[in-house]
Design a binder for this molecule. Sequence first.
Ligand code: DQA
Length: 144
Amino acid sequence: MKILYLNGPNLNLLGQREPEIYGRTTLADIEGKVRDRAAKLKVEVEFRQSNVEGELVTWIQQAKGKFEVIVLNAAAYTHTSIALKDAISAIGVPTIEIHISNVHAREEFRHKSVIASVCRGQIVGFGANSYVLALEAAIIVNER
Ligand code: DQA
Protein backbone atom coordinates (compact mmCIF):
# COMPACT_ATOMS: atom_id res chain seq x y z
CA MET A 1 0.00 0.00 0.00
CA LYS A 2 1.35 3.42 -1.01
CA ILE A 3 0.33 6.69 0.62
CA LEU A 4 1.08 10.08 -0.92
CA TYR A 5 1.58 12.94 1.54
CA LEU A 6 1.03 16.32 -0.09
CA ASN A 7 1.88 19.59 1.63
CA GLY A 8 0.77 23.02 0.52
CA PRO A 9 2.15 26.54 0.77
CA ASN A 10 4.48 27.68 3.55
CA LEU A 11 4.77 24.20 5.06
CA ASN A 12 8.40 24.22 3.85
CA LEU A 13 8.90 26.80 6.61
CA LEU A 14 7.77 24.53 9.45
CA GLY A 15 10.14 24.76 12.39
CA GLN A 16 10.75 28.48 11.92
CA ARG A 17 7.24 29.62 10.94
CA GLU A 18 5.07 30.83 13.86
CA PRO A 19 6.44 28.15 16.22
CA GLU A 20 3.86 29.05 18.88
CA ILE A 21 1.21 27.75 16.46
CA TYR A 22 3.02 25.11 14.42
CA GLY A 23 5.77 23.98 16.79
CA ARG A 24 9.50 23.63 16.14
CA THR A 25 9.34 20.44 14.13
CA THR A 26 10.46 20.79 10.50
CA LEU A 27 8.71 19.09 7.59
CA ALA A 28 11.77 16.84 7.25
CA ASP A 29 11.41 15.85 10.95
CA ILE A 30 7.73 15.08 10.36
CA GLU A 31 8.59 12.99 7.32
CA GLY A 32 11.10 11.07 9.44
CA LYS A 33 8.48 10.35 12.12
CA VAL A 34 5.99 9.20 9.49
CA ARG A 35 8.59 7.00 7.78
CA ASP A 36 9.48 5.29 11.09
CA ARG A 37 5.85 4.47 11.79
CA ALA A 38 5.13 3.54 8.18
CA ALA A 39 7.95 0.98 8.25
CA LYS A 40 6.38 -0.63 11.34
CA LEU A 41 2.96 -0.68 9.67
CA LYS A 42 4.51 -1.98 6.44
CA VAL A 43 3.18 0.77 4.21
CA GLU A 44 5.09 2.95 1.75
CA VAL A 45 4.98 6.72 1.88
CA GLU A 46 6.02 9.52 -0.42
CA PHE A 47 6.28 13.14 0.76
CA ARG A 48 5.98 16.26 -1.40
CA GLN A 49 5.55 19.97 -0.74
CA SER A 50 4.70 22.82 -3.08
CA ASN A 51 3.86 26.49 -2.76
CA VAL A 52 2.14 26.32 -6.15
CA GLU A 53 -1.56 25.42 -6.33
CA GLY A 54 -1.33 24.00 -9.86
CA GLU A 55 1.52 21.70 -8.92
CA LEU A 56 -0.58 20.24 -6.12
CA VAL A 57 -3.46 19.78 -8.60
CA THR A 58 -1.12 17.93 -11.00
CA TRP A 59 0.20 15.68 -8.24
CA ILE A 60 -3.35 14.80 -7.17
CA GLN A 61 -4.25 13.95 -10.77
CA GLN A 62 -1.11 11.80 -11.17
CA ALA A 63 -1.82 9.85 -7.95
CA LYS A 64 -4.52 7.77 -9.64
CA GLY A 65 -3.32 4.19 -10.09
CA LYS A 66 -0.07 4.88 -8.20
CA PHE A 67 -1.22 5.57 -4.64
CA GLU A 68 -4.05 4.03 -2.64
CA VAL A 69 -4.58 7.05 -0.38
CA ILE A 70 -3.59 10.74 -0.36
CA VAL A 71 -2.95 12.57 2.90
CA LEU A 72 -3.31 16.28 2.20
CA ASN A 73 -2.31 19.27 4.27
CA ALA A 74 -3.42 21.87 1.75
CA ALA A 75 -2.44 24.67 4.18
CA ALA A 76 -4.04 27.99 3.15
CA TYR A 77 -5.44 26.43 -0.05
CA THR A 78 -7.73 24.42 2.23
CA HIS A 79 -9.82 27.52 2.66
CA THR A 80 -9.84 28.74 -0.95
CA SER A 81 -9.07 26.13 -3.59
CA ILE A 82 -11.93 24.89 -5.74
CA ALA A 83 -9.19 23.54 -8.05
CA LEU A 84 -7.93 21.16 -5.35
CA LYS A 85 -11.48 20.15 -4.51
CA ASP A 86 -12.23 19.37 -8.16
CA ALA A 87 -8.99 17.40 -8.55
CA ILE A 88 -9.81 15.23 -5.52
CA SER A 89 -13.34 14.60 -6.88
CA ALA A 90 -12.04 13.90 -10.39
CA ILE A 91 -9.53 11.20 -9.54
CA GLY A 92 -11.44 9.41 -6.80
CA VAL A 93 -8.32 8.44 -4.79
CA PRO A 94 -9.44 8.50 -1.14
CA THR A 95 -8.04 11.64 0.48
CA ILE A 96 -7.60 12.53 4.14
CA GLU A 97 -7.44 16.20 5.11
CA ILE A 98 -4.99 17.04 7.86
CA HIS A 99 -3.87 20.12 9.77
CA ILE A 100 -1.19 20.69 12.38
CA SER A 101 -3.12 23.40 14.23
CA ASN A 102 -6.73 23.26 15.40
CA VAL A 103 -8.12 25.41 12.61
CA HIS A 104 -11.48 25.62 14.42
CA ALA A 105 -9.87 27.40 17.37
CA ARG A 106 -8.30 30.04 15.12
CA GLU A 107 -9.55 32.85 12.86
CA GLU A 108 -13.01 32.38 11.37
CA PHE A 109 -11.72 32.12 7.80
CA ARG A 110 -9.89 28.94 8.83
CA HIS A 111 -13.10 27.27 10.02
CA LYS A 112 -14.23 26.65 6.45
CA SER A 113 -12.56 23.95 4.39
CA VAL A 114 -13.58 23.84 0.74
CA ILE A 115 -12.00 20.38 0.36
CA ALA A 116 -13.61 18.73 3.42
CA SER A 117 -16.72 17.50 1.60
CA VAL A 118 -14.66 15.50 -0.92
CA CYS A 119 -12.26 14.08 1.68
CA ARG A 120 -12.92 10.90 3.65
CA GLY A 121 -12.27 12.66 6.94
CA GLN A 122 -10.16 15.20 8.78
CA ILE A 123 -7.39 15.01 11.37
CA VAL A 124 -6.94 18.43 12.90
CA GLY A 125 -5.00 19.95 15.77
CA PHE A 126 -2.59 17.23 16.90
CA GLY A 127 0.55 19.09 15.87
CA ALA A 128 3.08 17.05 13.91
CA ASN A 129 1.27 13.93 15.14
CA SER A 130 -1.63 14.74 12.79
CA TYR A 131 0.66 13.33 10.09
CA VAL A 132 1.37 10.15 12.04
CA LEU A 133 -2.30 9.62 12.94
CA ALA A 134 -3.13 9.96 9.25
CA LEU A 135 -1.22 6.73 8.57
CA GLU A 136 -3.70 4.76 10.68
CA ALA A 137 -6.60 6.56 9.02
CA ALA A 138 -5.18 5.80 5.56
CA ILE A 139 -4.93 2.09 6.40
CA ILE A 140 -8.53 2.05 7.66
CA VAL A 141 -9.79 3.91 4.56
CA ASN A 142 -7.95 1.47 2.29
CA GLU A 143 -9.47 -1.57 4.06
CA ARG A 144 -13.04 -0.32 3.63
C1 DQA B 1 -2.59 24.55 8.39
C2 DQA B 1 -3.75 25.47 8.78
C3 DQA B 1 -4.04 26.47 7.67
O1 DQA B 1 -5.12 27.33 8.04
C4 DQA B 1 -2.82 27.34 7.40
O2 DQA B 1 -3.07 28.20 6.31
C5 DQA B 1 -1.58 26.55 7.20
C6 DQA B 1 -1.35 25.35 8.01
C7 DQA B 1 -2.20 23.61 9.53
O3 DQA B 1 -1.58 22.59 9.24
O4 DQA B 1 -2.48 23.88 10.71
O5 DQA B 1 -0.71 26.94 6.42
O6 DQA B 1 -3.00 23.75 7.29
